[in-house]
Design a protein around this ligand. Sequence first.
Ligand code: AMP
Ligand code: FE
Ligand code: FE
Ligand code: ZN
Length: 283
Amino acid sequence: MPRPTIDLHSHSSVSDGTETPTQLVRAAIAAGLDTLAITDHDSTAGWDEAVAAAAGSGLQIIRGMELSTRYEWRSVHVLGYLFDPHDADLVAETGRIRDDRLTRAERMVSRISEDYDVTWDDVLAQSGGVSIGRPHIADALVARGIVRTRSEAFESILHFRAGYYLPHAAPTVLDGVRIIASAGGAPVIAHPATRGRDAVIDEGMLEQLVDAGLVGLEVDHRENTSEGRATLREWARRYDLVMTGSSDYHGDGKPNRLAENTTDPESLEAIVACTRGVAPVRA
Ligand code: AMP
Ligand code: FE
Ligand code: FE
Ligand code: ZN
């Protein structure tokens, strides 16, 4: 038997992926995946459609989310797997983040529109209306012909140094890990080593996160540097954390392809064993 292909990080049009949950699941089936986690930013709104789309295919769906958090001035993404989507704290916190994402995006667009011919309605037309972010502003700028691609928008107008950037509200990374763990989920830090030495978390914070219920680190991700991955592997050994690998697929919104990085079945088993919210689904 070949090893099953497991990809634990993907986005649909519920957040900033370009494919609906159904299209995302079909792409995963076409790519020959055994297991796909749907992990939209700050929302579980794609779960039911993804599970329905996978029915009868044999594809296993892991229900998850990528929670936006902060550590000092840094934005830290925490993947949460198999938590209870009705947990009151989790529902309240993700609602706050999505509400603030909306007003923050509108304020960013109002700044951008002083210099470029783009409107808030242009941006709303690009979003699924659930979890809005800079990628949807990027899509509006592309639609207006101001830039050619999302990546070009992020390198210019949407860059945090370009003068239009505004942060959005988010819990601290410690609170984010606590929220996911107390909702019965398994928290895993997403792409923790994207900036070389200037990693998103340091070992002191990692120790606190482990005490708060952190389960794993996303080691194999295209944006983690190779030195950063070596440090993450060392930390995983030292603190007995699960290591994952994932694509962070966004459809056409990013070059990342499904299963370009994958997770071992043993690691997925260890993640599932830590959870008590919802179960993996394979039908
Ligand atoms: P936001 O959370 O609204 O500040 O936007 C950050 C999101 O933009 C992340 O979740 C990424 O998925 C996406 N993103 C960041 N850089 C790029 C890029 N160069 N091209 C496309 N999407 C990007
Ligand atoms: Fe994203
Ligand atoms: Fe992320
Ligand atoms: Zn992601």
